[in-house]
Design a protein around this ligand. Structure first.
Ligand code: ZN
Length: 180
């Protein structure tokens, strides 16, 4: 998808062994990927590339933060990004076929004639995977300064209304209870 220069590694020129690359990603990076469900992303990525004979081992360390919207109350929450991902890149004769057949998502094939690694899509994927699946205020934040108390109050009231007298079905059931 995106083949930007700054996210290309000319690995052919690298000596065997470990090489470290650092990237700082902010919201600008994501514009070519369309709208994201986070904002104010600042991610520092350390990539260790271990060049071996016929393959490379890549380790991505993700560190940073991004703002997400709480699924429950709609408030903005800053979440920490912290995770690491490993990829093995193998040089083969027929990378397209191999990539199609490979079931391990952590193994990727490139052509023996290839000279560059394009890592932008991996960075994109890994930053997204570093975000928590559940985007909600946690217990401590609920009712705290971050939390939208008005919305929470309304939700609570709605829940109570449904449970109690406003629900005709509930009333009907209570009648049966009295007969027992
Ligand atoms: Zn919330």
């Amino acid at each position: 998808m995106s083949q930007r220069r700054e996210f290309e590694i000319a690995f052919v020129g690298l000596k065997p062994g470990v090489h470290v690359f650092e990237y700082r990603i902010d919201d600008k990076f994501f514009t070519s990927y369309g709208e994201q469900d986070f904002s104010n992303c600042v991610a520092n990525i350390k990539l260790s590339l271990d060049k071996k004979n016929g393959f490379m081992q890549l380790k991505f360390d993700i560190d940073g933060s991004a703002d997400v919207i709480c699924d429950r109350c709609g408030n903005t929450l800053t979440k920490q990004l912290w995770d690491e991902f490993n990829i093995v890149v193998k040089m083969v004769d027929d990378p397209e076929i191999m990539n199609e057949q490979e079931e391990d998502p952590d193994v990727y094939y490139i052509s023996r004639g290839e000279s560059h690694l394009h890592i932008a899509d991996w960075l994109y994927e890994f930053i997204n995977l570093s975000l928590p699946m559940q985007k909600m205020c946690n217990e401590e934040e609920m009712g705290g300064p971050q939390c939208n108390k008005e919305v929470l109050e309304q939700l609570k009231k709605m829940e109570e209304d449904v449970k109690k007298d406003n629900n005709p079905m509930w009333k009907g059931l209570e009648k049966f209870k009295d007969l027992e």
